[in-house]
Write a protein that binds this ligand. Structure first.
Ligand code: ADP
Ligand code: ZN
Length: 437
């Protein structure tokens, strides 16, 4: 049976959703124009006045905001309300450069936590659950978002934060956690550690996990589901639009519903900025329809995905986004070929390897080099050099088929690649270091 946290909104008719969006966008554009000097200037430069925005369709008239704008306006330039009305800040994890600081009023925190509560309920959560939150607490939005959502649902919340894996496992077992929330790479690590300690998947009481904040493949999902004996659900978000919970997966596990009453999504051509029709692959752009303190309009996420309005079996009516297919700035260009780390992960798991890997890109004699370190499971290890060499060759062949270029594979002993407790560092691009020097 489908369960919703806010059924009247989550299953609202399309007309109703558009009505909500029309009403909110008019108010929001006025609010931003009056309160955010940085954006008012942008609108003036583009010749748009708040009166020009009469419905959600008029949103195309507004200028985009980019991460560069956020950096330029740091720290207070995009604040939409007096600092006195703010109760919290969070900051990006700085995966791609200088951190962005986002502000929240109490109303902003409330709507964000509602979104996370919707995600927990969509994954089958209720007040009978024990929810272990192993996302980092602090400036990072992961811990705070799921913590707040778990409270709203009424779960017994275990505010573990990330790290200290032995203690995570002890609390998981002793306090019978039924939900686990963390990054997918940390979930994989917890699964691996449980197995090492001799636990079988059925020994824990977990039934579901909510994993996000970084890209992960379907193959990785299956591996986590098997190692923990759970259903693994995806959750998406970014600090700029609150944090996790902007979109979440339902029982259908085929894309994430975007909370359209709070976030209006568009997909654009990243080169031309043109809005693309439903079903096209492009860059996701978000407008916060009712956030007060950090009300970003048409913010370019750089995440590449496809939107779909196909009817969903869960009964939710909000638009779905595919898993982000990598950020536009995650994509590596190696010898002129576009390579996404997710393609490498897919090959590894299909070929029976662990998702413990590191991609090292370099440059020798003006040619790009691609090396991939891949950890072996203890049972895959062989002390015969010829066996290891032939495994490396075969994996390099599978990579070449997928990527179009052949990497050098290095099979390394179990546990030799540093495990991540938050977002995994998959790529070391030594070319960038050289460029900067
Ligand atoms: P940073 O940009 O420093 O990583 P955030 O912590 O706010 O800052 O991370 C937001 C980004 O994380 C998103 O723009 C997206 O690229 C990535 N992300 C978040 N959730 C997911 C997910 N479920 N799948 C893939 N990528 C995700
Ligand atoms: Zn659904």
């Amino acid at each position: 049976m489908a369960n919703y946290f806010q059924p009247e909104i989550e299953t609202a008719s399309r007309e109703k959703i558009v009505e909500i969006q029309n009403e909110k966008i008019v108010k929001q554009v006025k609010h931003v124009y009056e309160n955010v000097e940085y954006y008012r200037k942008l609108m003036d430069e583009n010749g748009v006045k708040p009166e020009d925005i009469k419905s959600i369709d008029d949103i195309k008239k507004l200028p985009f905001l980019s991460k560069a704008d956020l950096r330029e306006a740091y720290p207070y330039g995009l604040l939409g309300t007096d600092l006195k009305n703010c109760v919290r800040i969070h900051s990006t994890s700085g995966t791609t450069g200088k951190r962005v600081v986002a502000f929240y009023t109490q109303a902003d925190v409330d709507l964000w936590e509602d979104c996370c509560a919707r995600a927990i309920v969509a994954a089958g959560g209720s007040k009978d659950d024990v929810c272990q939150v192993a996302y980092g607490y602090g400036l990072f939005t992961g811990g705070a978002g799921l913590h707040g959502g778990s409270h709203k649902v009424g779960c017994l919340t275990l505010p573990m934060s990330s790290g200290n894996t032995d203690r995570q496992i002890q609390f998981m077992m002793d306090l019978q956690a039924t939900f686990l929330c963390c990054t997918p790479s940390y979930a994989a690590y917890i699964g691996e550690t449980l197995a090492e300690k001799g636990y079988k998947p059925e020994d824990n009481k977990l039934k579901a996990g909510i994993f996000g904040a970084e890209p992960w493949t379907e193959e990785m999902r299956h591996q986590i589901e098997e190692s923990l004996g759970i259903k693994a659900y995806d959750i998406y978000g970014l600090t700029e639009s609150s944090g996790p919970g902007v979109a979440f997966e339902c029982s259908a596990q085929s894309g994430m519903h975007i909370n359209e009453d709070h976030f209006y999504a568009e997909v654009i051509d990243p080169e031309t900025g043109e809005t693309l029709p439903e079903g096209s692959k492009g860059e996701l752009v978000f407008t916060s329809l009712d956030k007060e303190a950090f009300p970003l309009l048409r913010y370019r996420t750089r995440d590449i995905c496809i939107l779909s309005r196909e009817k969903c079996s869960c009964g939710r009516t909000h638009v779905k986004m595919t898993k982000p297919m990598g950020r536009s700035d995650d994509m590596l260009i190696i010898r002129g070929v576009n390579v996404f780390p997710s393609q490498i992960e897919t090959v590894l798991i299909n070929e029976g390897y662990t998702p413990n890997y590191q991609i090292i890109v370099g440059r020798e004699n003006n040619t790009d080099t691609l090396d991939i370190n891949v950890e072996l499971l203890p049972e895959q290890f062989s002390d015969k050099v010829s066996v290891i060499q032939s495994m490396e060759k075969s994996l390099a062949g599978a990579m070449r088929t997928m990527l179009g270029i052949g990497p050098k594979i290095h099979l390394v002993p179990s546990k030799s690649i540093v495990r991540s407790e938050g977002k995994a560092v998959r790529v070391i691009d030594n070319r960038k270091l050289h460029d900067m020097s």
